[in-house]
Design a protein around this ligand. Structure first.
Ligand code: NAI
Ligand code: MG
Length: 337
């Protein structure tokens, strides 16, 4: 039995979560869903966007499904990542049929370092002699430990998922010490995997940004530091079209949280218009994390079938169906034989 923390949050977070639990409940896996509150509505009610009760709940479960928060998103999701030391942010770039994907057969994974780099939040003003602010500086921390942990995660991911190549992305020509270290550690880790036929290469981040457009099919697994990963993964999302389609996973040594990339979408919330695909694909990443590979494949195939047919899909995919109608259609496509 798996205990899953479920945090629907705000707006369409609640709708796509309901649609996702609907398909998960049809998979014949013994789940116990434990609901937790977080987000704008929770703050209005309890004066806190992320109550300790919710943090404790997440810590007691095997994995967490998170919908979306509204204006309090940073207080909720950044805090949850820190509390659970979720060091790896995984964003698959995969094209599905019947969508606005620019390329029709992309399938690579971006592994972003989630704990340091430009995101440590250490900024300060630079003042002139009279005390006036005339500049600002941000600190960027790259440690050997975190670099090793994320590079090892990327190679292990490649090994376990039959990927053939890992690309390390950095700017070591300019950021000589920080990214110099990241690049050095990347190749040290690569050596540990030389028996598994996984190629390694490295590129500067600017060149990578171009290659993602000119030859995206040459990528298999990309591993990079926090800010570069943030930017490149949005570029990757752009390649395969639409926020309603992009899942993500935040993984730590002991815990993991799965969430769509989109937010609470107040413009369409409460109307049954939200595409549940991103949340369902996030749940598929959770199934893989839990070791339920077979059920993950069955659900992925059902999503693929519904998208390919393009009949029972939401408005963002040029259909007329509601969130729950699309969820039901996916459920009906589940094929266990
Ligand atoms: P958003 O992702 O909520 O919406 C952007 C646009 O994409 C909107 O037009 C929306 O209708 C559309 N969209 C998003 N998901 C969709 C889906 N599943 N199906 C169909 N259309 C979809 O981002 P926005 O508008 O910048 O932010 C709205 C709120 O969400 C803000 O309060 C923001 O703070 C919060 N937010 C929360 C995040 C989180 O909880 N992880 C992430 C991003 C934003
Ligand atoms: Mg981002």
């Amino acid at each position: 039995m798996y205990k899953i923390a479920v945090i629907p949050g705000d707006g369409i977070g609640k709708e796509v979560m309901e649609a996702t639990l609907n398909v998960l409940n049809a998979l014949d896996i013994d789940f116990e869903f434990k609901f937790g509150e977080a987000g704008d509505e929770c703050k209005e009610k309890n004066d806190l966007a992320l109550p300790q009760e919710t943090i404790d709940l997440v810590k007691k479960t095997d994995a967490c499904l998170f919908g979306a928060a509204g204006e309090t998103a940073a207080d909720v999701i950044v805090r949850l990542r820190q509390e659970m030391d979720l060091f790896a942010n995984l964003r698959p770039v995969k094209s599905y049929p019947g969508t606005n994907s620019i390329f029709n057969d992309l399938d690579f994974m971006i592994v972003r370092e989630n704990t340091e780099g430009m995101y440590i939040g250490e900024e300060e003003y630079i003042k002139d002699e009279s005390g006036n602010i005339n500049g600002a500086a941000a600190k960027r921390i790259i440690t050997r430990d975190a670099s090793e942990r994320i590079c090892d995660y990327a190679f292990k991911y490649a090994k376990e998922n039959n990927r053939k190549k890992v690309t390390g992305v950095h700017k070591a020509n300019v950021l000589k010490k920080t990214d110099g270290l990241f690049k050095e550690v990347f190749y040290e880790v690569a050596k540990n995997y030389k028996d598994y036929n996984i190629d390694s290469e490295d590129f500067y981040v600017d060149a990578t940004a171009m290659y993602l457009l000119t030859r995206p099919k040459s990528f298999d697994v990309i591993v990079t530091t926090n800010l570069f990963g943030d930017i490149l993964s949005d570029e990757g999302a752009g390649l395969v079209g639409g926020l309603g389609l992009i899942p993500s996973a935040n993984i730590g040594d002991e815990r993991a949280l799965f969430e769509p990339v989109h937010g609470s979408a107040p413009d369409i919330a409460g109307k049954g218009l939200a595409n549940p695909t991103a949340m369902i694909l996030s749940a598929i990443m959770m199934l893989e994390y839990l070791g339920e590979k077979e059920k993950a494949n069955i659900l992925d195939k059902a999503v693929l079938d519904v998208l390919s047919e393009g009949k029972i899909v939401t408005g963002d995919l040029n259909g007329k169906s509601s969130t729950m109608e699309m969820s039901e259609a996916i459920k009906e496509k589940l094929n266990f034989k």
